[in-house]
Ligand binder design. Sequence first.
Ligand code: URA
Length: 442
Amino acid sequence: MNMYELINKKKNKGELSKEEIEFIIEGYTKGDIPDYQMSAFLMAVCLNHMTHEETANLTIAMANSGDLLDLSEIEGVKVDKHSTGGVGDKTSLVLGPMVAALGLPVAKMSGRGLGHTGGTIDKLESFPGFSTSLSTEQFIENVNKIKLAIVGQTYNLAPADKKIYALRDVTATVDNISLIASSIMSKKLASGADVIVLDVKTGSGAFMKSYEDSLALANEMVQIGTLANKPTYAVITDMNQPLGRAVGNALEVKEAIETLNGQGPEDLLEVSIALTSYMLLGAGRVKSAKEGKDLLLETIRNKSALDKMAQFVNAQGGDSEFVYNPGLLKLASIKYDLKSPSDGYISEIRTDEVGMASLLLGGGRVTKDSKIDLSVGIFIHKKLGDKVSKGETLATLYANDDNKRREAKKRLLNAFIINKEKAARPPYIYSVVTKDGVIKIV
Ligand code: URA
């Protein structure tokens, strides 16, 4: 077997065997296959596509390229959620405590934010003293004791994906369904959860802008999870505007806590509940997503999810007082209201521009090593379909530097499109993909 022949085979629309895919992944991870050959291969995949079987074999080969987490010391069915990424997406902070409050173990490994989307690990560091680097023993002990622990990606999970993703980023080979699905699922399979729920975002702030592409990605990932014998569901949710109203680390934590306290925005609660109800269904805890929804709403009503958040923050070195009094979270010193330039209705929010405005304030990373300011961000007052009068506040910027505030303001103003005609509000949830087919919600 040699790489030249395998590139040629894919160039001529051939189907690669499991052994051939393993040869490529092992060779590239070890450094035996150079970047220029791997780049040519990835481009051939983008142009000629992979079959479902090739994609599944690629995923398994990448998952096996590094550590496979063994969570067998954790009692019960381990459930995990992964989002394809969005602006204002703080669902992990809402659903983790809800599921744990119902007694299901959540052992979560999360990433930091890069570019215009945020990461759970950064958000959690808004709690002074909070540690996201626990030893394996501590991680397992916390999950067994309080059912919830969230740590950064300290293990060597799917190193083949890390190397390939960096190459895809600079060779215009990111946007291929097989490559995205295998990249996400290789990390999920390596991280040891028994049940996987995927939040596939669709819309202007998402990786996949169209519903059709989001559905294809969701289908591919559910097939991979099913082949790996893990109950897998993908919920397709809206990202044509930020989720909730808060964008930026501490602001998002505050909104997540308010949601757990029954005072959060409706879209965030609905999306979190939908994802969580499929976690419960996959774990066999309920017979239907509807039954799950009722149980979850009760964890908000009786404050058990809020108490779980407090226990979790304490267990990882933070102060639970911040959970009961989120006003203690440090926010930036300059508060600036962005006013509407005209009368009308919000007909479009360029969601990735909102993310970019938050990044310009210092709330996101331009490169992997950028330092971020957890206290800055944006609070959105007007969302899609809302009526607005000239001079009314569209959004509030939280800044620590007036130059950055000015740059971000320009960007944010461009993100709001105001029209005379009333625009329809997009749904929060479009559909759910299961191994048995697609359940249409709208
Ligand atoms: N997220 C990933 O982890 N991989 C991709 O390829 C795209 C999004």
